[in-house]
Ligand binder design. Structure first.
Ligand SMILES: C[S@@+](CC[C@H](N)C(=O)[O-])C[C@H]1O[C@@H](n2cnc3c(N)ncnc32)[C@H](O)[C@@H]1O
Length: 413
């Protein structure tokens, strides 16, 4: 825990809280956060601040819409037990890698084992979709197809490697033309529709780079701060947040549930991740079908009703729940979705509201700005609904020290 030395603990004015995380350097955060990009992720500073303020080392922390695992990693780095679930298998793989972090040595050992047992001859690629093979050179594609079969998602070490691969499946090339990922040059953040990519490759005569996946993985690992012994935070699992939670999570009694549910109608997480989902043996359509994506406010409120009813059963009696919910553009006006959720769902469920905190985001930092057809839908204000299952006061707060970052070696940089 890094706290501002000399800054006395104080009872915070809720409306001023965003100044705390907004005063952190823009790129503050652990190198593992950027393992693989993900839509609508929240900044590590925000997760760090709430874990630090509202929990103690050893407490359980849970994110039921874990995405790339931002909260999961901040919890592990601060010595909390980290629980993370999501209905998207991509999110589960990424969060798993950040919840149960293998040592550098074990990761390298596994990579060397894989490299030594790989042989291209027996690898068959004919049955793989053309819209995937068009992105890679034959050599690279064979390695990927082989790794896809070989790596076991339930194993912590393999899952970490899967997450690293997912982050490199597509990427652009640097100024010298060297690929940052395994594919033809394309954005790293998301993949355009397969037909569009195919046409683009043809029109621009894009060359598929002949890269050695094993070698690139080894180089990628060098740029990530990793522990010298395995760091096991807690657990990650596939879960629809409206479904009955597993009984074992009830026993963990998370002290903090900090989460950002999907917005109203903004993002199709499967559709723009079809390449990454291929590596996980899934299709975009089957994933999107399971995720909440609706334009209807009543449906959204119903969704939030079952989510928050589940969380009320899970959270510790003396714990906190914080929903990060963005305002949504409706016609010419902005809909304060957080307020709607409070008025029509949470109030009736008997939650104690500490406050709804407005966090103004600089426009150019919003991920949704890259959405051509959806531009303007998610607006620049996020709101944090800070709740407790029962009436209670908030603890004092000591401002974090943002000029240092946490590392696995325990030495802040
Ligand atoms: C706003 S994102 C969370 C991003 C996360 N805070 C991060 O930093 O990466 C919302 C997440 O909700 C997930 N999701 C959508 N519908 C869901 C459902 N019914 N149950 C569980 N997760 C769902 C999506 O897959 C997505 O990862």
């Amino acid at each position: 825990m890094i706290r501002g030395m000399g800054s006395p603990a104080s009872h915070p004015a809720l409306e001023d809280l965003p100044l705390q995380w907004r005063s952190a350097p823009r790129r503050w955060g652990h190198s593992l956060h950027s393992l693989c990009s993900y839509f609508a992720m929240f900044p590590p500073q925000l997760a760090h601040f709430f874990v630090d303020w509202l929990t103690e080392p050893g407490d359980a922390v849970y994110d039921p819409f874990s995405g790339r695992g931002t909260l999961a990693l901040e919890a592990v780095l601060q010595g909390r037990r980290s629980y993370a679930s999501d209905a998207n298998p991509l999110a589960v793989a990424l969060s798993h890698a950040k919840t149960r972090v293998p040592s550098r040595q074990t990761l390298l050992k596994r990579l060397n084992e894989l490299r030594a047992s790989y042989s291209p001859e027996p690898v068959r690629t004919e049955s793989e979709p053309e819209y995937i093979s068009m992105l890679y050179s034959e050599m690279t594609f064979k390695q990927l197809v082989w790794l896809k079969e070989k790596l076991d998602r339930t194993n912590d070490v393999d899952c970490f490697w899967i997450a690293v691969i997912l982050g490199m499946l597509h990427g652009n090339h640097n100024k010298n033309g060297e690929p940052r990922g395994f594919s033809i040059s394309m954005p790293n953040t998301f993949a355009m529709a397969p037909g569009y990519v195919a046409k683009y490759i043809e029109e621009h005569d894009l060359k598929r780079p002949s890269v050695d996946v094993f070698e690139m993985l080894e180089r990628r690992l060098e740029r990530i701060d990793l522990p010298s012994a395995k760091r096991t935070g807690g657990r990650t699992w596939l879960q629809d947040a409206t479904a009955q939670p597993p009984s074992w999570i009830l026993k963990q009694r998370p002290k903090l549930i900090f989460t950002s549910p999907p917005y109203l109608e903004v993002i199709k997480y499967g559709k723009y991740n079809w390449v990454r989902l291929w590596f996980l043996g899934q299709t975009a359509a089957e994933v999107d079908q399971k995720l909440m994506a609706s334009a209807s406010l009543p449906r959204y409120l119903k969704f939030m009703e079952s989510v928050s009813a589940n969380l009320k059963e899970i959270v510790a009696e003396d714990g906190f729940v914080c929903f990060v919910i963005g305002d949504v553009r409706r016609g010419d006006t902005d809909l304060n979705l957080a307020q709607e959720v409070w008025e029509h769902v949470l109030k009736e469920q008997g939650w104690h509201l500490h406050g709804i905190i407005a966090d103004e985001l600089p426009q150019n930092q919003k991920v949704s700005r890259i959405w051509k057809h959806n531009s303007g839908r998610a607006t620049k204000t996020d709101r944090l609904l800070l709740l407790s299952p029962q009436t209670r006061t908030l603890p004092d707060m000591v401002p974090p020290m943002w000029d240092r970052r946490l590392t696995f070696s325990g030495t802040p940089t």
